[in-house]
Design a protein around this ligand. Structure first.
Ligand SMILES: [Zn+2]
Length: 672
């Protein structure tokens, strides 16, 4: 009896140890090819400054708003679909077929916030929704309301599963990810049980499905989802499935560049097609590589990354230049074989500004992918892209008050353009038919703290700067606690105070951003003599003790940026950047008579920073001088250049904060 009791207690203790760690956004503690490991979701608390403000907006505005919105049958019908599928309510499925997945994303955001706030109301709401999922889920694990509603109330066509635009795998992918995060945040298994059913269903489905049926999924959120399930419940079948999902792509001739499956992934070296699907695919493959270490996967990911970052990504970290087009990647000249693409990567250097699609979800996909690449390699160039996208093309996806959202994130908005694009560039509370981005940005902004640090065998990695408190463990289980103070990204001074240090040498790796020059570090007021190179992690190998102070100073001058001259759309133009933040000119800050596209930047003017407040949010604005063409174009397409230009003062605001005042015009790039 006594022996049994000890055994149970020690099992409980073991369980507690296992539960104490590996509770990050990705649970890669045991992933053999992940060099850096995630810290737990609850390990990092924002304590002030930029990300604390954003996290407070998230918990006070965005999450409650989204929860209510998705329960408001007259607007979204997402929760109503679950109620109908469960038999609680009569009716038909309404809204986009990816509604389920969007609701799971909101839950993922709630779980991520709960890990930090422990707000019992969130826990209660999540349990209520999970009980509904449990009720809706079919005995074989399948869950997807468009199909289940048909099954319950009407006729389920046998063709249903074959609908490529059914988004059912996408929905199930988000369910699995959300359930893993919920399990890590709450310690509960109710959602995870639903996710196990889903993962088992998918495993069986892919075993039995015809090759055509197996290949038909789009927007592969389920690649990340199934690997995360493998990590959470350690079922090797899930890893087998993840590998199989890659193997079946592009092996017959029914695939498309738009869906990244015209050719097998192992033959792909450039970014192609729908940018959300692409970035989700690359993130999922990075997850698979973390487990299998298959060199070919990494080789292609690196090649595709170079194609994106050196040729196809906007200065804001945005991805997906084209609304619509034809694939530049096919080899055929036969017009009937040329493939259509949409919301997609275009040709190298094809980066239009006004018609940039740059869907918020694609930009979030860029963050997901680069964070995974960072953890696989420890290379700071991935952190640079992650940070760039976060501060610019992800944050631009949500209003400063946190309740209106952008589907696409153009770099130029002019009311004079004589055509309307399919999606407006004004943020909306609910984007009918395409509200995928709003729940995506909702979950992402609840999770930024988990991106801030990693641990590895070598030491602690500091990826993102912002006032926070880290309370975590080394891989040996020793306590580490660090207090970070900074006004970043408005200021480049960062102070780290050691609160609790592991015994012996435990290096701290400080990220020196790739955009920075002449950064310097001091430790307890003595200049650090080691290497401090831009675009790397500076390694500080000390025997840390309580009270040690590390100070990093990153100069943050106003930078005038130009694009590679192969980018036609930005030739002879300048974008202004300071630190990781890209700036823009908004019509609110120039005279009403002036056309935003007629403003010429005076590169010789002195650029000063000043504090500005937009919708109660303090930002740093930049003042400078420019010129404006005083002559009217009068419908002309061409005219001789005007030599006499009027001098004007201009104020630039952070790109992410555009469109929060009067909704008019904006530009990131300006001629000079
Ligand atoms: Zn989206």
């Amino acid at each position: 009896m006594k022996k049994n009791k000890i055994l149970i207690l020690s099992l409980l203790a073991l369980n507690a140890i296992m539960f104490a760690q590996d509770k990050g956004l990705v649970a890669n503690l045991n992933s053999p090819y992940a060099k850096l490991k995630s810290v737990n979701l609850q390990d990092v608390h924002w304590t002030g400054g930029f990300w604390k403000e954003q996290f407070d907006i998230e918990t006070q505005n965005t999450l409650p708003y989204m929860w209510d919105l998705y329960h408001n049958d007259s607007i979204t019908h997402a929760y109503a679909n679950f109620k109908i599928a469960s038999g609680e309510m009569k009716g038909k499925h309404a809204g986009p077929s990816f509604h389920d997945g969007d609701f799971y994303k909101i839950l993922e955001g709630m779980a991520s916030a709960y890990a930090i706030t422990k707000n019992p109301e969130l826990d209660k709401q999540m349990d209520e929704a999970i009980a509904m999922f449990t009720k809706v889920q079919r005995a074989d694990g399948y869950i997807n309301t468009p199909v289940l509603i048909e099954e319950r109330w009407g006729t389920l066509g046998p063709e249903e599963l074959k609908k490529q635009l059914g988004f059912e795998k996408y929905n199930m992918g988000h369910l699995m990810t959300s359930a893993c995060i919920h399990h890590r945040a709450t310690g509960k298994s109710n959602f995870l049980e639903v996710a196990k059913g889903v993962a088992d269903f998918l495993y069986d489905f892919y075993k039995k499905a015809s090759p055509e049926l197996a290949r038909n999924a789009i927007c592969p959120s389920h690649y990340m989802g199934i690997v995360e399930m493998y990590r959470t419940v350690k079922d090797p079948r899930y890893l087998e499935l993840a590998n199989n999902l890659i193997n079946i792509r592009g092996v017959t001739n029914d695939g498309t560049d738009d869906n990244q499956d015209r050719i097998p992934f192992r033959e792909q070296t450039t970014a192609m097609g729908h940018a959300v699907r692409a970035n989700y695919l690359y993130a999922g493959i990075a997850d698979l590589y973390a487990e299998t270490g298959e060199e070919k996967l990494m080789e292609n990911l690196k090649s595709i990354w170079e194609d994106v970052v050196y040729r196809k990504m906007y200065i804001t970290g945005g991805c997906g230049a084209l609304y619509d087009g034809v694939s530049p990647d096919g080899t055929s000249y036969n017009p009937s074989e040329v493939q259509k693409i949409h919301q997609a990567y275009g040709r190298p250097y094809q980066l239009p500004n006004a018609t940039a699609h740059t869907e918020t979800c694609a930009n979030i996909g860029n963050v997901l992918w680069n964070w995974r690449m960072l953890q696989l390699t420890g290379d700071a160039k991935y952190t640079d892209v992650m940070e760039l996208a976060l501060y610019n093309s992800v944050l631009s996806g949500v209003s400063l008050e946190g309740t209106e959202f952008c589907y696409n994130n153009p770099l130029n908005v002019s009311e004079k353009l004589p055509f309307k694009q399919r999606w407006g560039h004004e943020r909306e509370g609910y984007i009918t038919w395409s509200n995928c981005c709003a729940p995506n940005v909702t979950r992402t902004l609840a999770q930024v703290s988990n991106y801030a640090y990693n641990v590895s065998k070598e030491g602690l990695y500091v990826n993102l700067y912002g006032s926070n408190h880290l309370k975590s463990e080394t891989l040996n289980g020793e306590k580490i606690e660090v207090e970070q103070r900074t006004n970043y990204p408005w200021d480049g001074k960062i102070v780290l105070k050691i609160v609790k240090a592991p015994k012996g040498a435990y290096p701290i790796f400080l990220r020196i951003p790739g955009w920075s020059r002449n950064a310097s570090i001091s430790i307890n007021q003595k200049i650090f003599e080691g290497e401090v190179a831009s675009g790397t992690y500076a390694k500080l190998s000390n025997n840390w003790k309580k009270g040690d102070i590390i100070e990093l100073n990153i100069p943050m001058p106003v930078e005038l940026m130009q694009a590679n001259p192969l980018v036609e759309e930005t030739k002879n133009q300048i974008a202004v950047k300071r630190g990781p933040v890209v700036y823009c000119l908004e019509s609110e800050d120039i005279s009403k008579e002036v056309d935003i596209n007629a403003v010429v930047l005076d590169v010789n003017s002195i650029f000063n920073t000043k504090k500005a407040t937009i919708k109660n949010r303090e930002v740093v604005a930049i003042e400078g001088k420019g010129y404006v063409d005083s002559e009217n174009w009068n419908q002309a397409l061409y005219k001789p250049i005007t030599l006499s230009k009027k001098s004007i003062n201009i104020t630039l605001i952070p790109y992410f904060s555009w469109g929060n005042r009067l909704k008019r015009e904006m530009t990131v790039w300006m001629p000079y």
